[in-house]
Design a protein around this ligand. Sequence first.
Ligand SMILES: [Mg+2]
Length: 136
Amino acid sequence: MVNREKIVVLVDVDGTLASRYHGGVRKIRPSTLDALRALSEYAEVFLWSIAGSENGQRLLEEFPELEDYVSGSYGKRNFPKDKFDKVYCIDDEEIDEEVLSENHIILNDSYDGGEDNGLLLKAVKLIINWIVNDGV
Ligand SMILES: [Mg+2]
């Protein structure tokens, strides 16, 4: 039996869920809502960003429909990982030590608008498989 409260999935913002700002507006990967909803059935989901907690917070203000599936937003250096038994991450870049030191999936793609190539949902399926098969 999976104990949902002890499992967390940390999802990067820029390039993973959201495009850069173009003319003051950014887009989200079309599968973002489905991805966060699916993850939230198995884990607590937080946004995190090397740019700080404000970045994910702003994303939730821009796309309030995501709020139901996200527990909060952190800077990558500030997430309290020690409160969780299992930490999984999804990111678009193999850069941040905070990501690489946990179970992580790096999307082979940085989203910057346009169609969805399905990679985010693939990553979500893999992580759910890990969660279900690892237990805690
Ligand atoms: Mg990124």
